[in-house]
Write a protein that binds this ligand. Sequence first.
Ligand code: OGA
Ligand code: MN
Length: 374
Amino acid sequence: MAKMAASTVVRGEDAFKKIFKFYKRKSPPPDFSDVTDFSKGVPSDKMVPAALDPSVVSDAEAARVGLQPVRDWRAFGLQGYPGFIFISNPFLLGSQPFWVRQCLKTYPQKPNVCNLDMHMSPSLTQDIWDKSVHGLSAPPSGRREPKTLLERLRWVTLGYHYNWDSKTYSANHYTPFPADLHLLSLQITAACGFQGFNAEAGILNYYRSDSSLGIHVDESELDHSRPLLSLSFGQSAIFLLGGIHRQDPPIAMYMHSGDVMVMSGQSRLLYHAVPRIVSAPQGHTATQLAGCSRTSSLQDSTELDTVSEEDWAVCCKYIQSSRLNVTVRQVLGPGQSLPEAPSSPQKTAAGQTAWDRDGAADRGSCYSVNTSQT
Ligand code: OGA
Ligand code: MN
């Protein structure tokens, strides 16, 4: 039987769910011919060029955070999705290793919060990287080894720490947002026409090859006039972008390593999901992420510190089969403030403490279908 493309699968009720299942299916693998690939540079009927403002970010400012000059970025919009901007890997060659290392080694560190904190004591979730390096680097022994903490990492929150149960941020669950990621977010959003973006909350997702992220909309931030920024590193993903109703049929696109997505304006509150992780195209991660040895253009102009050979070897091992996603959000608009939450541990509806909960509940019951969690 000929393969059926997603476009022929469904219309009408619960189209999003059906298309999600279509792309999530393992066997037989689905037909990917309807998936938009911005990296191919072949304009499809849905892709429209997105206007950026190269004058607001100097080449030096862009290079400081590892980005190409804005005039060289390949940015696209999608017909029918005003405010949605897709920038096909704007990173300078050799700068992605820095961001990958930050996601794996730096951002999981305290005082940031991660899924492992939900059921482990703080002393055990201290130094996730150091505790994982040996297990990750060792050649397979043939025996079934326990997973390292890094392999069990599913999410990290930054800044205002998202509460998965109440789906809210609180004034008193805040730790300083990483300055480097703040600056990167500021430059990208400025080039997209949003001045003075204030990165206040971040959610990092760590996807294994069999992970997925369920249909949701990010509406917990108080100011929806500010864009939501999403960055991808490592293996690729199928990203589904739907409409303002949960059932609206989504459009499918690839997110490859280095790709950046901005959801703003009328696209800020659209339903979306990640049904599947797919291998990066041949040579894609190899060339984009190649080694820690920096090009000379990077060396002088960037403040990103060099990733050691040793750290990079561990990062490479990890992203060989995993994908990292960073979403950055401005929570508050001018004059807005968040309520205080009762001090942790949070009581859930079931009367458990938040860190009593296990496994698949890691990302909140409605929000996530991340599989094979721990
Ligand atoms: C999120 C999200 C999408 C992705 O974290 O809210 O939608 O590409 N992530 O992983
Ligand atoms: Mn989201």
